[in-house]
Design a protein around this ligand. Structure first.
Ligand code: ZN
Length: 265
């Protein structure tokens, strides 16, 4: 009786060890080292990455590899290439880079369109106003992005715009089930009221033509968060100089390092 009990225990232990070994292998393959080609793409296209030190770069590369292993990226009437993948992953990682083990719980798949699309998701013809979109209804769990907008977001750092990053900010905001400009997973409860105050004050300034933040930010609080986050990550020095209080709020939210430049008095 005792012998058979020991055998059962031994079998269980072996099963657990085998399971963990396989799991270990899986996670190892997920974090397979990034190829030199991909590192080159990151270095060339993603300023946030190229500014990191060696340790930071290594971490960013691992996060990109993990993102690409975890989430499906599918082309719609186009074939997804490695530049698409790298830029999408970078957009997802930049805002939550300081958050260890972050996962986008509301994301299943990224759909890449060859160009901007209309409300019927057509990339030809008139009214192609959509550059990116967080899917809802039958597209729930999907993030739609136009390749044109994706590339433009990383081409020009002077325009304060990055559509793909903007859409990922919406996804981060949506983690608490509503896109309302208050991303509960990033914003400690005690900061929520001061943040709402800052949002409202800046929206008034934008409406009065007294702010350099894109007017789209006044559409609603969700858009405000996404638009100012684009500015924050695209032009951190200018954003800090022009909007020291907003800068500080976003710096805390995104756990970014302390600024080096003097704040405007
Ligand atoms: Zn938006």
């Amino acid at each position: 009786m005792e012998d058979s009990f020991l055998v059962v225990v031994a079998v269980l232990i072996i099963a657990v060890l085998l399971f963990s070994w396989k799991k270990g292998l899986l996670s190892q393959s997920r974090v397979a080292k990034m190829s030199e080609e991909r590192k080159g793409l990151l270095n060339y296209n993603v300023k946030y990455y190229s500014r990191l030190n060696d340790k930071g770069k290594e971490l960013f590369e691992r996060k990109v590899q993990e993102f690409l292993a975890r989430y499906k990226i599918t082309g719609v009437d186009t074939v997804v290439n490695d530049t698409d993948k790298i830029l999408i992953a970078a957009s997802a990682i930049i805002p939550v880079f300081a958050y260890p083990d972050w996962e986008y719980s509301v994301l299943e798949e990224v759909l890449v369109y060859p160009d901007n699309f209309n409300e019927n998701f057509l990339t030809t013809g008139p009214d192609r106003y959509y550059r990116g979109l967080v899917g809802f209804g039958h597209l729930d769990g999907k993030l739609l992005i136009s390749r044109t907008a994706l590339y433009e977001g990383f081409d020009d750092f002077s325009d304060k715009r990055n559509t793909c990053l903007h859409e990922f900010i919406h996804l981060i905001d949506k983690e608490d089930s509503k896109i309302d400009g208050i991303p509960s997973r990033l914003l400690e409860h005690k900061y929520a009221i001061p943040w709402m105050f800052l949002m409202n004050r800046e929206m008034k300034r934008i409406n009065a033509g007294e702010s350099d933040i894109h007017p789209y930010a006044t559409k609603n609080a969700g858009e405000f968060l996404a638009v100012v986050s684009e500015y924050f990550f695209e032009r951190p020095d200018d954003f800090q100089y022009e909007h020291p209080e907003l800068f500080n709020a976003l710096r805390i939210m995104f756990r970014q390092p302390l600024p080096r430049r003097t704040i405007k008095q």
